[in-house]
Design a protein around this ligand. Structure first.
Ligand code: HPA
Length: 236
């Protein structure tokens, strides 16, 4: 047990699929896994372990934002010996070329966050996803006939970015084509503990045009992404 996870170690799989939203974690477990067992529910962060086509997989929500992701990924890698985390989530597009519903596999995550600095005195502001997991995410998407864009993302502490210069800086500095709020902590912790982490995202907002998907679309339009993550997990 950790301050935030009450699971028994043997109940947590080596591979974790990680949505931000605990409701989505339950939906993934209910709709895609067999032999499902709830393994933790501290603060209502319901986590599950089951099997997908015979493979033991856990689904654990990260919550929203770098601090929340920082806590769960740290505890899962360090205390629960998790080897690989695939984050599934949503993102806001920084370009007209990415439409609502498009899929993004993250190459690297840029952030102004102090997470890496404060936790480990690391000054990096760009941290890479696992090439290994990304290879299988791309291959699986291709096999399913789904187009994915490989891109750097801005891992922001702010959902409502009201200063356009923040987006432009992330674009200019590291060609960030989209923003989300968790990958910087996830990739940092994976690197710190010698583990692997990647992220696949569905575009739900366009910060250039101002389009934002409804709350129900945010929940519904993510099925392709979840199947790509689960099918990739079978190959890892
Ligand atoms: N900003 C940050 N994170 C996000 C967004 C956004 O517009 N949409 C989905 N995740």
């Amino acid at each position: 047990m950790t301050p935030h996870i009450e699971a028994n170690k043997e109940d947590v799989a080596k591979i974790v699929i990680m949505p931000g939203d605990p409701v989505r974690a339950k939906l993934i477990a209910d709709n895609y896994l067999e032999n499902v067992k709830m393994i933790s529910n501290v603060r209502g962060m319901n986590a599950f372990t089951g099997t997908y086509k015979g493979l033991k997989i856990s689904v654990f929500p990260s919550g929203m934002g770098i601090p929340s992701m920082g806590i769960y990924s740290y505890e899962l890698f360090k205390e629960y010996d998790v080897d690989k985390i695939i984050k599934v989530g949503t993102c806001g597009s920084y370009t007209k070329d990415l439409d609502l519903g498009d899929l993004v596999v993250v190459n690297a995550s840029y952030s102004e966050s102090t997470y890496a600095k404060v936790q480990d005195n690391v000054d990096d502001d760009l941290i890479y996803a696992s090439d290994f997991i990304n290879f299988y995410l791309r291959e699986t998407a291709e096999e399913m006939g789904k187009h994915v864009t490989i891109a750097n993302v801005h891992s922001s502490d702010v959902f409502y970015e009201e200063d356009d210069n923040i987006r432009k800086n992330a674009m200019d500095k590291h060609v960030c084509m989209a923003c989300e709020m968790e990958s910087f902590a996830l990739f940092h912790n994976a690197k710190k503990f010698g583990k692997k982490a990647s992220q696949i995202l569905t575009v739900t907002d366009n910060l250039v045009t101002g389009e934002r998907a409804s709350a129900s679309d945010r929940t519904n339009k993510v099925n392709d992404m979840i199947v790509i993550a689960l099918e990739s997990a079978l190959k890892l």
